[in-house]
Design a protein around this ligand. Structure first.
Ligand code: DOR
Length: 443
């Protein structure tokens, strides 16, 4: 059998050491085989002229809600993975609040099967913690870890009592990822502010203190059992300062582009479209989170892509659902921040790919190096284009960043050596693969 080869010619390649090199990258089948100033393979199957473009490892988005099964009117694995391909996201880790909930091996298998038939990019699925399904949490495979909603959730997936959390932390070794908001405090404040329908009140009901209290509890339990802990979408200055003072080596944290770049001013502009959990915070929180990210207190970036239809979002607060989409814009949003001097392009690569692969033990991804999987994105850092609702591929059809002029849009996205997105066009026949999370090292 002859192998297919893809040559990327003349790109500015971001290397694992953060340096950039002008040169060629040769891909054979699924893997990167050579990186050099000039490569002349005999007869490559395809050559991409990447003059003027920058080659990055594909984004690995470690927190998304893709709504399938059960909530496909908001999004599904096909539409979400199309949005990923357009956004330069080549792998995602998806959350268990679908219908049915992903709390058993059977539900996990169902998602994996659905993804195999319709996902254009690589995928992994969290298993959701409940008080009832403890054995599944220990044996589920393959999964990046256990998702615990300590707050902001209804029904079975809400695990807000210390007595219920304790056995989850005590048993097993695999990663626990927490949505850290204190539900008791939220319930009490919801009553206090019950008659206010301005969505801006959302940030006061689910305030900084609610986030801090839950993060403190998760840290306490993680330390007690030396349990691998990941703090999802950290949103407050207080949590960042807490971790700066006291971050065990087995703890990681992430932040969303929204919590870095949007704040409570957004309610006046986009109303309930700015409503998410944990809520947007103040400009001061933005600043402290940026500094924590630059200093390595926060390890990486996730979008928390959580689409809801415009009709659902048009309901009056608090009936309007929380969440906003992100996979299609996250890389361009962060690269635009880099070009504006808030960080560097290699830092964006680390936060959106390298550090994520490392934290979740995803092998052979997150870097441009021989032997690594050819999950890549070629971006254009020379031109700016606005986020335009009409062009979005997410089923929900809107973005909190509409109108923002961004650079670093993907020109080509490559998954497993295959071009899945090319200058505005999707190749919908390409399929990603299930990510592997070795049971032995995580459990
Ligand atoms: O705003 C949010 N929406 N935060 C979450 O953690 C869940 C998500 C959703 O599923 O809609």
């Amino acid at each position: 059998m002859t192998s297919s080869t893809l040559l990327i010619r003349g790109a500015s390649v971001i290397l694992p050491n953060g340096e950039s090199m002008l040169g060629d990258v040769l891909i054979s089948d699924r893997q990167i085989v050579e990186i050099a100033p000039e490569i002349h393979p005999e007869s490559p199957t395809r050559v991409i002229d990447a003059t003027g473009l920058t080659l990055l490892p594909g984004v690995i988005d470690p927190q998304v809600h893709f709504r399938e099964p059960g909530l496909e009117h908001k999004e599904d694995l096909f539409t979400a993975s199309c949005a990923c391909a357009k956004g330069g996201v080549t792998s995602f880790l998806e959350m268990p609040n679908t219908r049915p909930l992903t709390t058993t091996q059977a539900a996990l298998n169902d998602k994996l099967q659905r993804a195999a038939s319709k996902c254009l990019v690589n995928y992994g699925f969290f298993i959701g913690a409940t008080a009832e399904h403890l054995p599944d949490l220990l044996t589920a495979h393959p999964t990046p870890g256990i998702k615990v909603f300590m707050g902001s959730m209804h029904g079975q997936l809400l695990v807000d009592e210390e007595t219920t959390l304790e056995p989850i932390f005590a048993q097993g070794k695999r990663l626990i990822a927490v949505h850290a908001e204190d539900q008791a405090r939220i319930n009490q404040r919801r009553q206090e502010f019950a008659n206010i329908h301005d969505p801006a009140i959302h940030s006061q009901i689910q305030d900084n203190q609610a986030a801090l209290q839950a993060t403190q509890l998760a840290l306490k339990l993680s330390k007690k059992y030396q349990r691998r802990l990941h703090i999802l979408h950290m949103s407050t200055a207080e949590e960042a300062e807490l971790l700066r003072q006291d971050k065990p080596s087995w703890v990681t944290a992430e932040v969303t582009p929204q919590h870095l770049l949007l704040n409570t001013d957004a309610y006046a502009e986009i109303g309930t479209l700015a409503q998410m959990n944990p809520p947007l915070r103040s400009p001061h929180d933005n600043q402290v989170l940026w500094q924590a990210l630059r200093d390595g207190v926060i390890d990486f970036i996730a979008t928390d892509h959580a689409p809801h239809t415009l009709e659902e979002k048009a309901q009056t607060y608090p009936n309007s659902p929380s969440g906003m989409p992100g996979v299609e814009t996250s890389l361009a949003v962060m690269l635009t921040a880099a070009m504006a001097g808030k960080c560097t392009v290699p830092q964006v690569v680390n936060w959106m790919s390298t550090a994520v692969a490392k934290a979740y033990g995803i092998v052979n991804k997150g870097a441009i190096a021989p032997g690594y999987d050819a999950d890549l994105v070629l971006v254009d850092l020379n031109t700016y284009r606005p986020v335009n609702r009409a062009e979005l591929l997410t089923k929900c059809g809107w973005s909190p960043f509409e109108g923002w002029s961004l650079t670093g849009w993907a020109e080509y996205t490559i998954v497993g050596g295959k071009i899945v997105y090319e200058k505005g066009k999707l190749h919908t026949d390409v399929r990603g693969e299930a990510l592997d999370f070795p049971l032995s090292s995580s459990n």
